[in-house]
Design a protein around this ligand. Structure first.
Ligand code: HEC
Ligand code: HEC
Length: 694
């Protein structure tokens, strides 16, 4: 890409000016107000100790300072979900009018280290458990599956490279060898492919189109259900046999990645049913449990959507229970929710959030939060429905991994993968089809295209907006185009395989798992160590471990010339992750990566994707600062935090000078009293002088 010295980034370089926000004068008036607020907040030094985020400025005498600008800056305030755009600061309004802010808020939920007063870790919970307790049964129904509640942030584990949804450490899960943490770059693309595949599989067998598979439909179905990952190309993926194993009763014999659930004669989900019996259950429905390595025969993996992955991970790892009416919004009881704000259906038949908003003595609070406190730790609605809207939005739009090499190198690598039959499972390319009556299209609002610049020997990004601006006057809405998208270079068939003894794993309880999901190989070069158990410390080792369904392919690899094997491994090493926010990138679409980007009148350094600079009210950096050593530093902390992050909007506000307890004033029955529990009260032991915990 061409380079230039200085480039000024204004909202006008991204969208037609006439459509964007208030006039510049209004902005600077607000910026002035920001400085005034900042000065006021700075006087309230005591607020510091309460917040893990780093939002203060160098030289301010606060400890929560981050000159790099990468830490979450906005205070932890539960986000308020809404499905109409007229509620300022509620989720749909932010998602549609300020989508990069929604993305950033989701990012910060992923990267924030939650504190005890947010409800993290439930050490003192009144029920069972506590920090690092064991939970989740193995197939024997008794042996625990993993250590719960041992981290307070997603990036505690997903942190290579730091500040990204990377892979990371190996955790105590499933077996004594542990489970390797995968990256989740591109997770939204995978979710969209999984939901699209579900739609297509169902369409092939649900001949009357009522949304589920009846006994006669299952009987009439073909014995093998195939999908074209890339419509128009001859390659197919086989998802198994949709017929019931007992003919008119039993379970479908589909690929292990598919989880069926069983329904009554009207297609309504029957709780606890595990097969079609012709008495209470008369058919089934299905989903792709696309996320997770796999857990053995009939035990698919973990979660079907990014929204639910977030719910699950917060609950399991951090002891933060989510309350999510969106997931439970299933009026016809078919086990499928209405789409979330980001457009993804959820599957309440199989995946229900831990905080259902009901408990004796508690109940639904007004306005969409829950007072149930399922872990009894004294904090309610630890993760709100609105938080999940943002978290899902971030994960949906997450950039995908890249190839750090030339096209020629790419072609050589893929040719070798073809020759050794790797691509029969590690399918190179899928396609998200354009929205139509049944498909949703690409629901993201931007694509971050990352390619290799051979001249500079570096990866470079390009921000490609995928939305249209709707509406004249007021705040324009960013409507996703719902077009098609080639998910090139994913290298997975999104199904499971019997991998023989190579990856066999004796679980904690003694069961043996040999069936695993074909992991997408994008990013594999940055995903050390390898294999579901992280037991391969080289790529060569993980390839040699392939057995079972992959035995023939592995034999081709082992039998290939040393030069070809090394070439293949070199190729895999070039399938990389990168630091999303510091990668040199063309953000304003002028085909140039500027050496200096001016945002809100300040030189920020080279052009790159910092979502904060794309906000409706772009973040303004602190700028030049002389540090302890007398050096001049460009400090990227933000000085107009209140404006940029819309902290003062009606549905976001939790005023510091009042209580700042993480309950938005809109929900808080008493915005002047600190009440970490429910906006008013604090956990009982804080009030109980005999607890010894004051
Ligand atoms: C304690 C470490 C740890 C924490 C904390 C953690 N994860 Fe994970 N994550 C893992 C491991 C290990 C897996 C693979 C689990 C498996 O398949 O058995 C995983 C898998 C995932 C996947 C699926 C990726 C794939 O390719 O299948 C997503 C998405 C994900 N995590 C998101 C999150 C989010 C969001 C959070 C925070 C809310 C989070 N994780 C917190 C360790 C962690
Ligand atoms: C039969 C399907 C199949 C074939 C063929 C196959 N793989 Fe795999 N591959 C898998 C599965 C399943 C796993 C996950 C194994 C595990 O860790 O449990 C995997 C894992 C991997 C991994 C590790 C990924 C990670 O994130 O740790 C690499 C690398 C890999 N395969 C490369 C190859 C190459 C190269 C070939 C061709 C020589 C190949 N595979 C052929 C199914 C296949």
């Amino acid at each position: 890409m061409k380079k230039t010295r200085v480039r000024s980034l204004t909202p006008c370089s991204l969208t037609p000016c006439s459509l964007v926000g208030p006039a510049r004068g209004a902005r600077s008036a607000r910026a002035f107000a920001a400085l005034a607020t900042l000065a006021f907040v700075a006087l309230l030094g005591s607020a510091d100790a309460q917040y893990a985020e780093r939002r203060e400025l160098p030289g301010s005498d606060h400890k929560n300072v981050d000159a790099s600008g990468r830490s979450p800056k906005e205070r932890r305030v539960r986000a308020i979900h809404s499905e109409i755009v007229q509620q300022p600061g509620a989720t749909l309004q932010i998602q549609l009018t300020d989508p990069y802010l929604a993305y950033m808020l989701g990012r910060n939920l992923n990267f924030r280290e939650f504190e005890e007063h947010d409800g993290a870790l439930s050490a003192r919970k009144t029920g069972t458990g506590g920090i690092a307790n064991l939970g989740g049964p193995m197939p024997d129904g008794v042996t625990a599956k993993l250590t719960l509640q041992n981290q307070v942030s997603c990036i505690a584990c997903h942190n290579i490279p730091n500040g990204n949804p990377g892979g990371g450490m190996n955790i105590s899960k499933d077996s004594g060898f542990g489970r390797d943490t995968p990256h989740y770059f591109g997770a939204g693309l995978i979710e969209m492919l999984a939901l699209q595949t579900r739609t297509d599989l169902l369409a092939a067998i649900d001949t009357n189109g009522d949304g589920w598979v009846s006994i006669p439909e299952a009987q009439a179905a073909p014995t093998s259900l195939t999908i074209q990952p890339h419509p128009g190309s001859p390659l197919t993926v086989d998802y198994g046999n949709p017929q019931l194993d007992g003919g008119t009763t039993g379970r479908p014999q589909l690929d292990n990645i598919i989880r069926p659930w069983f329904v009554d004669a009207n297609g309504a989900w029957v709780e606890g049913a595990d097969s079609v019996d012709g008495v209470t259950t008369f058919g089934y429905n299905l989903e792709l449990i696309v996320f997770g390595w796999g857990q053995g025969p009939g035990r698919d993996a973990l979660n079907p959507t990014v929204r639910f992955f977030m719910i699950d991970a917060f609950g399991a790892h951090a002891g933060l229970q989510a309350h999510d009416p969106t997931t439970m919004d299933d009026p016809d009881g078919d086990g499928i929710s209405k789409p979330s704000n980001a457009g993804a259906i959820q599957f309440p038949a199989t995946h229900q959030p831990p905080d259902q908003g009901v408990e004796v003595g508690a109940g639904l609070g007004t306005g969409g939060y829950s007072l149930a406190d399922p872990d009894g730790d004294g904090y309610c609605t630890e993760i709100s429905e609105g938080d999940l809207d943002y978290g899902e939005w971030f994960m949906l739009n997450l950039p995908r991994p890249a190839f750090a090499g030339t096209e020629a190198e790419h072609d050589v690598g893929v040719a070798l993968m073809d020759q050794m039959a790797c691509t029969s499972c590690h399918v190179q390319s899928w396609k998200i089809v354009e929205a139509d009556g049944t498909h949703k299209g690409d629901r993201r609002f931007f694509d971050f295209r990352v390619t290799w610049d051979e001249a500079d020997q570096r990866l470079e990004g390009e921000l490609v907006p995928l939305f249209d601006l709707l509406g004249i006057g007021g705040d324009p809405l960013h409507a996703p185009r719902l077009g098609e998208y080639d998910v090139d270079g994913i290298f997975s068939d999104l199904r499971h395989h019997e991998m023989g003894d190579g990856f066999a794993e004796v679980g904690y309880g003694g069961t043996i798992a040999r069936i695993w999901r074909t992991p997408p190989l994008w990013g594999v070069g940055s995903s050390f160590p390898w294999g579901h158990d992280g037991r391969s410390l080289t790529l060569d080792h993980v390839i040699r471990r392939h057995a079972g369904d992959a035995a023939a392919s592995a034999a081709l690899y082992v039998g290939a010339s040393r030069a070809d094997r090394e070439e293949l491994v070199r190729f895999l090493r070039k399938l990389v992750l990168y630091d999303i926010e510091s990668l040199p990138a063309d953000i304003d679409g002028d085909g140039i990566i500027a050496d200096q980007l001016i945002v809100e009148g300040r030189l920020t350094g080279g052009e790159r994707f910092n979502p904060e600079w794309l906000f409706d009210d772009p973040a303004q950096i602190f700028g030049t600062y002389v540090n302890e050593d007398g050096e001049i530093v460009n400090v990227l902390s933000v000085i107009n935090l209140e404006q940029a992050y819309k902290l003062e909007q009606q549905y976001r506000e939790d005023r510091d000078e009042e209580d700042g307890d993480g309950w938005p004033d809109e929900w808080d029955p008493d915005p002047l009293t600190i009440g970490w529990y429910d906006g008013v009260n604090n956990p009982p032991w804080w009030l109980d002088p005999t607890s010894g915990r004051n």
